[in-house]
Design a protein around this ligand. Structure first.
Ligand code: 3PG
Ligand code: MG
Length: 392
């Protein structure tokens, strides 16, 4: 099956369209901190704006859990969206408000957080019916939420017949870029996986071992690999219950002749805030009182060299505690090596995307995904509930 596209919609001229976006953006003190996901939704909103009569955009934000919670209001998104689009956006403070169905032609609405209702995460059909009532068409452009079986992306599209529902431009772009990595990637395919924990990435790691030529491990999860190799890692974050998983990954890589890079030297410190000690040590000589916070220079060089020859690269998860400048070198080295690669390069996950920005190389990456969990699920080969519901 292929995803229904905007161009395939029947009767979209003058229609009332509900569009599900992923506007789950970071907000602090009532201000949007990063508008990437808002900007990514604009092409679809513009296309609909030239055709539809009423557009209502809906999304979740943050960890709202079934009840209204001002900490997670979407209200700060409305002015940013209006500015970016150059047209008024009317914010509706309840996604099931009765006024929505009566919106006048020419209106663009932004609905309050879907997760203020328990029905959203429960994929509840009643909630979906209320949310979609009064709309003739449904468009899903929320790639970042495609791995969730939630009502607005799962039960809701099932209420629309083929021809009345479609994937937006962002969804289409994401799926086509990630498909290129999943299906028959050009070799050598090199994957870089970092972040704090192996436990959240076990399935993607397994799936990658079926496809990659090289797998580069960094971030907190590298400590668990180091410990599985028999090294002490001081006070570093380690998942002891994942040692056997780390060993299984190492064994599988060895069996298949996959190059598995684990740090051979690391940056260690005594504290993340106000460190008094920062030094580079061999990965098998981490002092007991210190913690590992980044790749060392030799590892950075090895990782960069592995990336230099790649024809396909996928990266998810930072190589160290890159929020702290002193511990950001490994992550920035990967960002730079990706930018310099002539292969097809894809980055997914909020932190890796932030690193790409900090390194100033966004324009030199082929695809910067707006979905972290969603891109990992796609890469794992999971069926994404939102895509399945659109295709039905
Ligand atoms: C994300 O930011 O990962 C998506 O918006 C999905 O949000 P969630 O992880 O809270 O389901
Ligand atoms: Mg998430």
């Amino acid at each position: 099956m292929t995803l229904p596209a905007l161009a395939d919609l029947d009767g979209v001229e003058g229609a009332r369209v509900l569009t599900r976006l992923d506007l789950n953006v970071p907000v602090a003190d009532g201000e949007v901190q990063d508008d990437t996901r808002i900007v990514a939704a604009l092409p679809t909103l513009r296309w609909l704006g030239e055709r539809a009569s009423v557009i209502a955009a809906c999304s979740h934000l943050g960890k709202a859990n079934g009840t209204p919670d001002p900490a997670y209001t979407l209200a700060p998104v409305a002015p940013v969206l209006a500015d970016a689009l150059g047209r008024p956006v009317r914010f509706i403070d309840d996604c099931l408000d009765e006024s929505i169905a009566e919106a006048e032609p020419g209106t663009l609405l932004l609905l309050e957080n879907l997760r203020y209702y328990p029905g959203e995460k429960a994929d509840n059909a009643d909630f979906a019916a209320k949310l979609t009532s009064g709309f003739t068409h449904y468009v899903n452009d929320a790639f970042g939420t495609a791995h969730r079986a939630h009502a607005s992306v799962s039960a809701a599209p099932r209420l629309f017949a083929p021809g009345k529902k479609a994937a937006g431009f962002l969804m289409e772009t994401e799926v086509s870029a990630l498909s290129r990595v999943v299906r028959d990637p050009e070799q050598p395919f090199v994957a870089v996986v970092g972040g704090a924990k192996i436990s959240t990435k076990t399935a993607p790691l397994e799936a990658l071992l079926d496809r990659v030529r090289s797998l580069l491990i960094g971030g907190g999860m590298a400590n668990t690999f180091l410990k599985a190799q028999g090294h002490e890692v001081g006070r570093s974050l380690v998942e002891d219950e994942m040692l056997s998983t780390a060993r299984a990954v190492m064994d599988k890589a060895a069996d298949r002749g996959i190059e598995l890079l684990i740090p051979t030297d690391v940056v260690v410190t005594d504290a993340l805030d106000h460190p008094t000690t920062i030094e580079v040590v061999a990965a098998d000589a981490v002092p007991s009182g210190l913690l590992v916070v980044d790749l060392g220079p030799e590892s950075r060089q090895r990782y960069s060299a592995a990336l230099a020859g790649a024809r396909t690269v996928f990266w998810n998860g930072p190589m160290g505690v890159f929020e702290v400048d002193a511990f950001a070198e490994g992550t920035l080295a990967v960002a730079t090596a990706m930018a310099e690669s002539s292969g097809f390069t894809v980055v997914g996950g909020g932190e890796s995307v932030m690193a790409i920005r900090r390194a100033g190389v966004v324009d030199r990456i082929d695809h910067v995904s707006t979905g972290g969990g969603a891109s990992l699920s796609f890469l794992t080969g999971d069926e994404l509930p939102a895509l399945a519901a659109l295709e039905e």
